[in-house]
Write a protein that binds this ligand. Structure first.
Ligand code: UT7
Length: 393
């Protein structure tokens, strides 16, 4: 039987319009400075969601772009995987909300939580689905809004993170696109980077959304309650030391299993957490700076969205061409890590055909109408069941 492979056929990203430069923290009264933040992390600014913007909103916007580039219809997608550690709700899965919004009626939908490593985990897992023939087209999204879990009085964490989403469409291919991957975890370091028990707090507050850490009410993600233990906590120096070991090790593993040497790599896309971690990793791998992609300056650490956003920007700025070997490597809470090697195989469009946005609009309106009809049908059925004294099926 012929071997099947998986390749990236579409990509898209979204970041919220609200820009928060380093100076904002000084204005907020924090004992920090633009100089400290930039010199220790490489971050100059980040994007932060508005009160009513949930992870699913960002994920959907990135996905719409990825679908347009791939030229696929909603009905073509077999599976949606949303990598996130900031889902809209404990349940349903954020992926199900995206599935409904995009009218992907033939798609299974699930969330995957491997924190900042989530997107690479999701890509590796989804590639296996495509390679095995269980799925033809998979929508893989990395989306996070850690800003709602930040303690804006804690200068050691709040300056590091930003919000955003990135998405790719994986499809079946005759030649290898995704070449190899590795995933790892070391739960003994789980306490080094945590957001604890937000769901319990939400339950005990009787479902009333709490005020979010950045000072505004969250309609959907209000679970980041005022209690200190529900903020993001991190042992930065320990994570730093570990990250400079694990990112290069994971990248080396995946290069070895894919038959690649450092000189074969056209672009290395590391998790965008800290410029110093990226530089140390590149040095260990023997990669020159021009082969390492970085946009941490613009967005900070966007968790599961960091690698897909970086990939989109690498593509849109001409850093990747057909035939190039690209390596992704990530680390995060868990502790977790993952790396993946790919050969870029599809042409990079300089623009999306003019009719595509119209087609997209029509498709998304139709999806919305279908959703309303389905909801209407459900509510009629519930009413009938109530009248007849039955529970929903
Ligand atoms: O996706 C994974 C997410 N996590 C990460 O990637 C984090 C990895 N770790 C890091 O990036 C770095 O450890 C940090 C950027 C978090 C911290 O940098 P560092 O060079 O390791 O600094 P440090 O924690 O050792 O702190 C040095 C000093 C301390 O003051 P003292 O004790 O020397 O007086 C901190 O209190 O810097 C202080 N400090 C700050 N000063 C001004 C910590 N944060 C700040 C701040 N502004 N924002």
């Amino acid at each position: 039987m012929k071997r099947r492979y998986a390749e990236i056929a579409g990509w898209g990203m979204y970041v919220p319009p609200r820009v928060m430069p380093n100076d904002t923290f000084v204005t907020m009264g924090l004992d920090t400075s633009d100089e400290w933040i930039f010199s220790r992390t490489g971050i100059e600014r980040r994007r932060v969601v508005e009160a009513d913007e949930a992870t699913s909103d960002m994920a959907t916007k990135a996905a719409v772009q990825a679908m347009a580039v791939a030229g696929l219809h909603s009905g073509d997608i077999d599976l949606i995987v949303v990598a996130t550690c900031t889902p809209d709700h404990v349940m349903p899965a954020t992926a199900s909300i995206v599935q409904d919004r995009l009218g992907m009626l033939n798609a299974g939908a699930m969330d995957l939580n491997a924190a900042c490593s989530g997107f690479v985990y999701a890509l590796a897992t989804s590639a296996a689905q495509v390679e095995s023939g269980r799925a033809k087209n998979v929508l893989v999204i990395g989306a996070d809004e850690l800003s709602i879990y930040l303690n804006w009085q804690d200068r050691s964490t709040c300056v590091l993170f930003g919000d955003g989403a990135g998405a790719v469409v994986l499809r079946q291919a005759k030649e290898p696109g995704i070449m190899g991957s590795t995933m790892g975890s070391d739960g003994s370091g789980a306490g080094l980077l945590t957001i604890k028990g937000a769901s319990r707090v939400r339950a005990s507050s009787n479902g009333t959304p709490g005020g979010s850490a950045n000072g505004h009410e969250k309609a959907t993600n209000g679970a980041a309650a005022a209690a200190d233990e529900n903020y993001l906590t991190m042992n930065g120096p320990q994570i730093f030391r570990w990250a400079t070991q694990i990112m290069p090790r994971a990248a080396e593993q995946v290069m070895a299993s894919s038959g690649l040497k450092p000189e074969d790599i056209s672009l290395f896309i590391p998790h965008q957490a800290n410029e110093r971690i990226m530089k140390a990793t590149a040095k260990r791998l023997g990669l020159p700076p021009e082969k390492v992609f970085s946009n941490v300056r613009e967005y900070g650490n966007t968790s599961a969205a960091s690698i897909p956003i970086a990939l989109c920007e690498a593509l849109s700025t001409g850093r990747v061409d057909v035939g190039d070997y690209v390596v992704l490597s990530s680390f995060g809470a868990g502790l977790s890590w993952a790396a993946l090697a790919l050969r870029w195989s599809v042409p990079i469009p300089s623009h999306v055909a003019p009719w595509r946005p119209i087609q997209r609009q029509v498709a998304s309106r139709m999806a919305a109408v279908r959703s309303v009809l389905r909801r209407g049908e459900r509510s009629v059925r519930t009413r009938i069941d109530k009248t007849l004294g039955k529970g929903e099926d």
